[in-house]
Write a protein that binds this ligand. Structure first.
Ligand SMILES: *Cc1c(COP(=O)(O)O)cnc(C)c1O
Length: 436
């Protein structure tokens, strides 16, 4: 599989280079060359396959020429050490629980796969992994890379946005993890990462990559669970010959881009719903064909507070900027904090099912569009306990944290921790000191 730069398709690189560089030299994102549809036989048998079988078959078709089969198999098995259940919560509404990984968020899948791929390709040279987080990436990436030899992780996060558990998931780790609190927004954190990756005064002497969804190899593994979701619907006898809709809670649009890529490979679903909070750049784009980010708004679905999503460029490229074609596959809807909170409470009372604010946003996307002949799957991107500070007052009940998700306080060491304003020279000084 080859990858090309979105701005300049003549820049074509291998899997190894796309993984280790993170960003193309022209500052734009890498995109896989056109994906081939999966064979029909795959979909005929998919209901009987395990998640690792499905992931391995898809991964092998995508990148099997670049990495030995046994190694790829091991990476897939080490990524999915947890299950991804599909739970029915209403007659035709299903929750895809992507939050059973070590940090309780769907980002574990992409981060764990990427971490193993980076350590496979980086061989002996040390590599510095930069990640901007609006909440869940930081923990997932830090957990994925913690104590991996030859890898240094620098996590940037906006001040005042993360929940306590989210901060602890990476601030409590030391060794190869450095935390940088930025007095600014997530978009500014992401801009600092992009600037560092194309700063040749840094990249000439040291290796840098990104573990955000700007790194295409964090996005590719997210395709696997869309096929898995379809397989579980088939297995529960609800999928065959029906009209399936999947609703994705959207921020930086990495998860949605992965779903659209899966559709290009033949995922047999009718359409996606992109469910957003008040940061509705995508919703307005689909309605007007104008891409006009507005200033960021703080919402209760904080991990989706992104005004200028990086993966928009990938989605436009996938559809050759043909907005009509995109509108056939995608409906985008926005929801207010009030609607999200009401959905959490209603679902808790009516279905005894507790959702976090992000998953509730996706559920709203189904509730407001699904017809009785359709089957709807919404992606649950975080465990509700990760957002207990928001969820508990809404339902008027404490939220239990399962033991596997408890931050292990006994490993608090003394992590290196910086605070900076959102300016590049300050960030660069940290990189000069803290990287290998
Ligand atoms: C990151 C995140 C999202 C948004 O996903 P994108 O791929 O950035 O669109 C949604 N929900 C949760 C819980 C997240 O952590």
């Amino acid at each position: 599989m080859k990858f090309h730069s979105l701005r300049n398709p003549a820049i074509s690189v291998s899997l190894k280079e796309a993984t280790l560089k993170g960003l193309a030299p022209d500052g734009s994102l890498y995109m896989p060359d056109k994906l081939q549809p999966l064979p029909k036989a795959f979909f005929n048998n998919i209901g009987d396959m395990s998640i690792t079988d499905i992931a391995y078959i898809v991964a092998n078709i995508l990148i099997g020429t670049d990495i030995e089969a046994s190694k790829l198999k091991r990476i897939v098995e080490e990524t999915f050490t947890y299950d991804i259940p599909l739970r029915r919560i209403d007659s035709n509404i299903w929750a895809l629980e992507l939050f059973h990984g070590p940090t309780g968020a769907f980002k574990d899948t992409g981060a764990r796969f990427l971490a193993r791929l980076v350590s496979h390709f980086s061989e002996s040279a040390p590599i510095n992994v930069l990640v901007a987080t609006s909440g869940d990436s930081g923990g997932a990436v830090a957990a994925g890379f913690h104590r991996v030899k030859g890898v240094n992780v620098i996590v940037l996060y906006p001040q005042g946005v993360l929940s306590t558990m989210q901060r602890q998931q990476f601030c409590n780790l030391s060794g190869n993890i450095t935390a940088v609190e930025v007095n600014g927004t997530f978009d500014q954190c992401q801009a600092l990462v992009k600037q560092a990756l194309i700063d040749t005064s840094l990249t000439e002497s040291k290796h840098f990559t990104s573990a955000n969804s700007i790194n295409v190899m964090r996005l590719i593994p997210q395709m696997f669970y869309y096929f898995h979701a379809y397989s579980r619907l088939i297995r529960q006898n609800a999928g065959k010959h029906t009209d399936i809709v999947m609703s994705v809670p959207c921020g930086n649009l990495g998860n949605l881009a992965a779903g659209l890529l899966a559709k290009q490979m033949g995922l047999p679903i009718s359409r996606f719903i992109a469910s957003t909070n008040s940061n509705d750049t995508l919703v307005r784009y689909l309605a007007t064909a104008d891409y006009l980010p507005k200033p960021l708004q703080r919402t209760i679905a904080r991990a989706m507070d992104v005004a200028d999503p990086s993966n928009m460029a990938r989605i436009l490229s996938l559809y050759n900027s043909d907005i009509n074609a995109l509108q056939r596959d995608l409906v985008a809807l926005k929801f207010t904090d009030r609607q999200i909170a009401d959905c959490i409470l209603d679902t808790f009372c009516a279905a005894s099912y507790l959702t976090d604010p992000h998953s509730a946003t996706a559920l709203l996307g189904l509730r407001s569009t699904l017809t009785e002949h359709q089957q709807g799957i919404f992606l649950c991107t975080a465990h509700p306990a990760k957002f207990a500070e928001t969820v508990a007052p809404i339902i008027g009940h404490p939220v239990q944290t399962p033991s596997w998700l408890m931050p292990s306080n006994n490993v608090i060491e003394h992590p290196v921790h910086y605070r900076i304003s959102a300016n590049y020279p300050a960030f660069k000084r940290i990189l000069q000191n803290q990287t290998a």
